[in-house]
Write a protein that binds this ligand. Structure first.
Ligand code: AMP
Length: 273
């Protein structure tokens, strides 16, 4: 069956099916990582809705909103091939009335780690995700572990605001050489792509260690040798994103962010300490 494209909330309401619905929120420029989310969504529902919306609220004034890749026709083909029922692709005007006032605050957790480098980013993410939940009314929504702090904050929002949506996390899809798939990878020149491999190499080096300080030292040693600007390399509690020390046992996220030329990349790995 053909995928239905809904541009307005009215078209979305008409297109939404009766059975269990899974939502996969995206900003488009779909790649194999997004496909894996769609496949996981299908296992949880009768109908999959993919939203494609480059959300202006989650970009800072000096970030890549205007040059973010927009590849709608190719995205639609991906969705059709993956058996998506509805693509919800609203305009910014459809999503945000000019007189809007109220938004979601990500709280303290929105200001640390990634949030320290992108003020307001997670408020923008949570605001659009809550709006998408209210518009689509999915039973379940799928998010990538690639954006680990985003996933943690969405779980936090759903718990704190009693949002009736089940959240499913999906593992990060990587290129054979380790580079995590990202819509932003297309900004990289071949040389920059080579440099960007230091992120996943650093995570693998960290993964090989046991104690938190050794994990961090191993990861940072790899990053120091590469010609990139590291924003952070931290080891945090996966639920709170609070940094952990050597007294900590349990699951942790080793998270890195770095700029390669003008492209900012993030990656992370889940480990057990
Ligand atoms: P984006 O379009 O980049 O905002 O991402 C939409 C969703 O896809 C988010 O839940 C991301 O975490 C997820 N995603 C992005 N890259 C990957 C990847 N390499 N593997 C798995 N999921 C991903």
């Amino acid at each position: 069956m053909d995928v239905i494209v809904a541009r307005t909330r009215e078209e979305l309401r008409k297109a939404r099916g009766e059975g269990r619905v899974a939502l996969v929120p995206t900003m488009g420029a779909l790649h194999e990582g997004h496909r894996s989310l769609i496949r996981l969504a299908k296992e949880h529902a009768d109908q999959v809705v993919v939203s494609i919306f480059v959300n202006p609220l989650q970009f800072g004034p000096n970030e890549d909103f205007s040059r973010y890749p927009r590849t709608f026709d190719a995205d639609l083909e991906v969705c059709a091939a993956e058996g998506v029922g509805v693509v919800f692709a609203p305009s910014a005007e459809e999503m945000y009335p000019p007189d809007r006032q109220v938004s979601v605050s990500a709280g303290h957790m929105g200001t640390i780690v990634e949030g320290a480098f992108r003020p307001g980013h997670f408020d923008g993410v949570l605001t659009v995700v809550l709006k998408l939940f209210n518009l689509v009314q999915p039973d379940v929504a799928v998010f990538g572990q690639k954006d680990a702090q985003q996933l943690a904050l969405i779980r936090r929002m759903v718990a704190d605001l009693d949002v009736p949506v089940e959240i499913v996390g999906a593992p990060t899809v990587r290129e054979p050489d380790g580079l995590a798939l990202s819509s932003r990878n297309r900004y990289l020149s071949p040389q920059e792509r080579e440099i960007a491999l230091a992120l996943s190499r650093a995570l693998r080096a960290g993964e090989a260690e046991r104690a938190p300080s050794a994990v961090l030292a191993a990861a940072r040693a790899v990053l120091e040798r590469a010609p990139l600007q590291v924003d952070y390399c931290v080891l945090v509690d996966p639920a709170t994103f609070a940094e952990v020390d050597d007294s900590y046992y349990g699951p942790a996220v080793l998270a890195v962010a770095a700029r390669v030329g003008t492209t900012r990349l993030i990656d992370n790995v889940l480990l057990e300490l």
